[in-house]
Design a protein around this ligand. Structure first.
Ligand code: IDP
Ligand code: MG
Length: 161
């Protein structure tokens, strides 16, 4: 039942994943989502939008003083993005491993950036880098009502219950 599932430490951890404009243009949304689905993580929020600059400036608040910041905002507003919330045990840390190094030249083959991108300025995907960061980013991009609490019928095949 629900209570035994919520009893597994960290099973309800959530992270923010976004397919950036280059990923959408290159029709990578399905392949990227499939990697998270096949891993066993659970989708709890999903939307496509043209990101407002104000939202992006909050999302990337820590990078405001970086030399690449203006071109980063230009890139991120160049077309629609797909923003998602994925849930599961250790999802923040595991997603970062699935996504790979920020610089695709350093990203391992088999990671999303390693397999689908070449240059740091067009690295197809965003993933939150900490549990605290994920909470902040999820609140920024989603209203509470847009996030769906649900339990996968395969739960006991993915976790020991
Ligand atoms: P992350 O996306 O792996 O967490 P961050 O350091 O948080 O990496 O940087 C956010 C995004 O800013 C990167 O994904 C990339 O799109 C862009 N970025 C970071 N460093 C550079 C750079 O040196 N040149 C151009 N773009 C960069
Ligand atoms: Mg980051």
């Amino acid at each position: 039942g629900f209570s035994s599932i919520s009893g597994i430490p960290g099973v309800r951890e959530r992270t923010l994943i976004a397919v950036k404009p280059d990923g959408v243009q290159r029709h990578l949304v399905g392949q990227i989502m499939q990697r998270f689905e096949l891993k066993g993580f659970q989708l709890v929020g999903l939307k496509m939008l043209q990101a407002p600059e104000e939202l992006l400036s909050q999302h990337y608040q820590d990078l405001r003083r970086k030399p690449f910041y203006p071109s980063l905002l230009q890139y991120m507003t160049s077309g629609p993005i797909v923003v998602m919330v994925w849930e599961g045990h250790n999802v923040v840390r595991t997603s970062r491993i699935m996504v790979g190094d920020t610089n695709p030249a350093e990203a391992q083959a088999g990671t999303i950036r390693g397999d689908f991108s070449i240059h740091i300025s067009r690295n197809v995907i965003h993933a939150s880098d900490s549990v605290e960061g994920a909470k902040r980013e999820i609140q920024l991009w989603f209203h509470g009502k847009e996030l769906i609490d649900w339990t996968c019928c395969n739960h006991s095949s993915i976790y020991q219950v």
